[in-house]
Write a protein that binds this ligand. Structure first.
Ligand code: CA
Length: 230
């Protein structure tokens, strides 16, 4: 497996050095930018799995960098770094599309855990998805080809079915609201009244449940949404 590349945008040399060292120790490849301009230039090359972005930068500031990165790539996870006194910036950063934040000073352990978690979640959201096989119950789905192998036989899943499966599997055990699922999978406004979602769940149960009327994997959480158990 190739190493995940992280774009680290941090102007303070000492902090940058420490973070790079620890990220590399964890097996990540790191590209370092010390100004907003450098960050935007580096981001054009693409191929990053995640961006760590200090908000207080000389020149183009972190908020503007965040806004532009998000415009270029709606999916890349962005972790912003702020000082305790910059609460307003932190909130604005989240509004500009950052996924999470850490307040300086933070522990390296928390930093690394945060990054690992963000990468794990983002893998499932990417439309190209993770490679490999997803196994649950007596089912196996090839996440590259979309081929499903179930006790009923072998068949290929549609793009939307794959997307639903990835969304569920990436957040196994969590209750996903109808609104979340609709916007995550179909990209439509949660206000839209639609039976599409329910029809898809019915279909998933038909494919993968031993007894669709007694589901063990695609569960209804009354009044809330749905939950996937592997
Ligand atoms: Ca700074």
């Amino acid at each position: 497996m190739s190493r995940s590349r992280i774009l680290l945008v941090e102007d303070e040399p000492n902090i940058a050095r420490g973070l790079i060292f620890n990220l590399e120790e964890e097996g990540y490849a790191v590209t370092h930018a010390s100004t907003g301009e450098e960050a935007l230039k580096a981001s054009k090359r693409g191929g990053y799995a995640l961006v760590v972005l200090d908000l207080m930068l000389p020149g183009i500031d972190g908020l503007e960098v965040c806004r532009r990165l998000r415009r270029e790539d709606p999916r890349i996870p962005i972790l912003i770094l702020t000082a305790l006194s910059e609460e307003r910036d932190r909130i604005r950063g989240l509004a500009e599309g950052a996924d999470d934040y850490l307040t300086k000073p933070f522990s390296l352990e928390e930093f690394l855990l945060r990054i690992a978690g963000m990468l794990r979640r983002s893998q499932w959201y990417r439309s190209e998805g993770p490679s490999g096989r997803l196994r649950f119950g007596d089912n196996e789905v090839d996440l590259d080809s979309g081929m499903a192998m179930t006790p009923q036989g072998e068949f290929s899943l549609t793009e939307l079915e794959m997307k639903m499966l990835r969304t569920f599997a990436g957040r196994e055990g969590e209750v996903l609201s109808r609104a979340e699922l609709l916007s995550e999978i179909w990209g439509i406004s949660p206000d839209t009244e639609t039976r599409t979602l329910d029809n898809f769940i019915v279909r998933m149960r038909k494919y993968f449940e031993h007894d669709p009327s007694e589901p063990r994997h695609f569960l209804t959480v009354r009044g809330k949404g749905y939950r996937f158990l592997g």
